[in-house]
Ligand binder design. Structure first.
Ligand code: PMT
Length: 405
């Protein structure tokens, strides 16, 4: 999944021959999962039609301060809608107006209203690009914090050869998604998450398990991926599935298997979160054949302890930020605090089966985040939102960085 997935991209198109490439650009953004709105300068309409761009972007395209019915095209609303603005192609004329703060068309007015990151892909002829004024303008825009996507070299519309042609749409999309990925708070960080139930086999047809669906753990994996992390998700049996280039999904069944895999990765991760409902015990004996019913009224299964994955994480903790879960039915806070301490955690997420809509299976959860000296209680909300609250807390505590995860 690209870092552009789900992003609102405002594409500003100015009047140069490279404007025809905007159609390809819009298609690539949409393919990457982004939403696109286009603003054109009046001159850009000579090179590519608004109809082409509105058809591809599935949004109306604007180029003047009012529409045909004399309704105002609200530049502030457009600017607020954008997560990111790209001006491409950016002509020498538009670059100089941006530097001067001019606002004589809708694109420039929207640019001046935008508070989101601004990417600029200049496109002009050889001598224009090499002109001192263009260089000064580009430097000034860079110094203002804008990101320049350098033009490429090759044949120019004038017939000259050299640097100045707008970067190819594929390269613009790659550049932006890589650049945005690197801005994410968990870029280059590794997160290990355990999720779902474990099944402890009795015989080939029976097991000891629990009601965990894996939803809580999978939502946290999605959030971590959206924050730029590489994620190792070790999952017990669930119907859920997830795929992403930065995800290693390892499906296991029993607690011992979860433990073995988790320990392979633990030393190397920055954050470990244990949300799995791991069986504390497993049958001492595994029967190769299905156990037959006998005449006796009772049947006894001896259980032995499984390794405690989270406790082992706590014992071997070095640089890792460690988060555990506590699923409780009574004495919730007290029990959770004991686990926090015994397992050497940075914080524990308490969910109680006393709360309707919390814990197993539901799409919602109601949690408290408990640290050594604080309890934060959260309202009931979708597990996707709960996952964001948990990562906000991690970012705040570990990296002093709250985000809209
Ligand atoms: O999967 P869902 O249907 O979305 O439900 C989510 C959930 C209710 C399973 C989840 O929110 C949750 O509470 N997970 C932890 C459940 C649990 O087993 O809690 P516990 O209090 O028994 O264990 C305490 C902590 O130790 C947990 O982080 C657990 O993962 C860990 N543990 C426990 C035993 C063991 N052998 N190894 C462990 O790592």
């Amino acid at each position: 999944m690209s870092a552009l997935n789900g992003k609102h991209i405002l594409l500003g198109i100015t009047g140069g021959i490279a404007a025809y490439k905007s159609a390809f650009l819009v298609r690539l953004f949409i393919k990457a999962g982004a939403q696109v709105k286009c603003i054109m300068t009046p001159d850009a309409e000579e090179f590519v039609t608004p109809l082409t761009l509105s058809t591809l972007s599935k949004n109306s395209v604007v180029s003047s301060f009012t529409d045909k019915e004399k309704n105002w095209n609200n530049h502030v609303e457009l600017a607020n809608w954008a997560d990111v603005m790209l001006i491409s192609p950016a002509t020498a004329n538009t670059l100089s107006k941006m530097v001067a703060g001019k606002s004589d068309n809708l694109l420039l007015t929207t640019y001046l209203s935008a508070t989101c990151p601004i990417y600029i892909a200049p496109a002009m002829d050889l001598e224009m690009y090499q002109h001192e004024t263009s260089k000064t303008n580009i430097n000034q825009l860079t110094n203002s914090g804008h990101i320049i996507i350098e033009p490429e070299s090759g044949e120019l519309a004038s017939g000259l050869e050299g640097k100045g042609r707008m970067a190819e749409p594929e390269n613009i999309v790659d550049f932006m998604s890589q650049h945005m990925l690197k801005q994410l708070p968990l870029y280059n960080k590794k997160v290990l998450i355990t999720a779902g139930p474990t099944y402890e086999p009795i015989d080939p047809v029976r097991f000891i398990g629990n009601h965990s669906s894996g939803k809580m753990g999978y939502e946290m994996a999605k959030t971590a991926l959206n924050l730029g992390a590489k994620v190792i998700l070790i999952s017990g049996p669930t119907h859920l599935t997830l795929s992403h280039p930065n995800l290693e999904l390892i499906k296991i069944s029993a607690a011992q298997d979860m433990f073995d895999h988790a320990m392979l990765f633990y030393n190397d991760v920055d954050i470990a979160i244990a949300s799995a409902a791991v069986s504390d015990y497993r049958p001492k004996t595994y029967y190769d054949q299905k156990v037959k019913k006998t005449e006796e009224d009772t049947f006894r299964i001896d259980l032995i302890k499984n390794p405690d994955i989270l406790k082992t994480f706590g014992q071997q903790k070095q640089h890792q930020f460690l988060v555990g879960f506590a699923l409780e039915t009574n004495n919730e806070v007290e029990n959770a605090k004991q686990k926090l301490e015994k397992k050497n955690l940075d914080f524990i997420v308490l969910n109680s089966l006393q709360d309707k809509g919390a814990g197993f299976k539901n799409d919602t959860n109601k949690i408290s985040i408990i640290t050594k000296d604080d309890i934060k209680r959260f309202d009931i909300k979708p597990k996707s939102e709960v996952a964001k609250d948990i990562f906000n807390e991690i970012l705040d505590m570990r990296f002093n960085n709250k985000t809209n995860a």
